[in-house]
Write a protein that binds this ligand. Structure first.
Ligand code: CAO
Length: 248
């Protein structure tokens, strides 16, 4: 009997690039090889859809400036995003879930742990911040700085990268208007974030300059539907637009 579906790929092209000009060959790092194999598996095995949206973070920017003026360390956007995602995971349990190994049952999680992609010289690492719904933004900010520095200097043990419910990949400090982040399976969704830009928008009946943050939410379409994704980013838009509630 024929297999229901078989992925038949042509062999990888074996090209002598030096035939076309000068080249240099360098090995991939251990981390690149490891993450590369998981990324390939997840890209092939998970039916990804990416939902794009944008959040008005004008008030959030003012809040960050106020915190800096009050002499507190100025947190970056990221801890606010972690907290916003944590509230989303609580409100929409279908995002705080995983398929079990049989692929026939959904495991709903009662904890809220959020992974954060960190770009290190040796490759991409995704440490997990625990119990994010219970932690104030400033605590999350401290944890992100500490674990990102550790990831860049020494790398991280597997234990620091396990147990995430959903991940965030922020390229906001560099640029871009949207991308398709690959889901960190068995998580069911990942939020990609690009650079916030001042944009002329209609706001409270008037044309105004607002700081708009691009959001790209990739989700596993076996479990999450487009309407769920639109609701999730609408929730992010709402909480990021009134960020006071995220501080605690
Ligand atoms: N829009 C505009 N500015 C942004 C921003 C955004 N979306 N996100 C961050 N910034 C700003 C920060 O606010 C900060 O400016 P201020 O000092 O004025 O606050 C500046 O950019 C630098 O931020 P940062 O990168 O030091 O800190 P972070 O908390 O935003 O991110 C970390 C920390 C570790 C997640 C990040 O440095 C990193 O490694 N990101 C890469 C993730 C990645 O590679 N993803 C791709 C995965 S797929 O290959």
């Amino acid at each position: 009997m024929a297999a229901a579906y078989e992925l038949k790929l042509p062999p990888w092209p074996d090209v002598d690039f030096s035939a076309f000009g000068q080249t240099e060959t360098v090995p991939l790092s251990r981390i690149q090889k490891l993450t590369g194999s998981y990324l390939s598996r997840n890209w092939v095995a998970v039916p990804h859809v990416t939902h794009h949206d944008s959040a008005d973070i004008t008030e959030l920017e003012a809040l960050r400036a106020r915190l800096a003026q009050e002499g507190q360390a100025k947190p970056t956007l990221l801890p606010f995003l972690v907290k916003a995602v944590a509230t989303g995971l609580q409100r929409y349990p279908v995002f705080n879930a995983s398929l079990d190994a049989s692929g026939e049952k959904v495991v709903l999680k009662k904890y809220v742990h959020v992974g954060v992609a960190v770009d290190t010289p040796k490759g991409l690492l995704v440490p997990v911040l625990r119990d994010c719904e219970r932690k104030p933004v400033l605590t999350l900010a401290g944890e992100i700085s500490e674990i990102a520095a550790r990831a860049r200097e020494k790398g991280l043990p597997m234990a620091d990268m396990m147990g995430g419910c959903m991940s965030i990949s922020s390229l906001g400090h560099i640029g871009g208007i949207g991308f398709t982040p690959i889901i960190n399976a068995p998580e069911l969704a990942i939020l990609g974030v690009c650079k916030a830009e001042w944009t002329a928008k209609r706001h409270e009946g008037e044309l105004a300059w607002r700081l708009m943050l691009p959001l790209s939410l990739s989700y596993d379409h076996r479990v999450i539907n487009g309407a769920d994704a639109a609701r999730f980013t609408a929730h992010l838009r709402e909480v990021l637009a009134s960020p006071g509630s995220l501080l605690d």
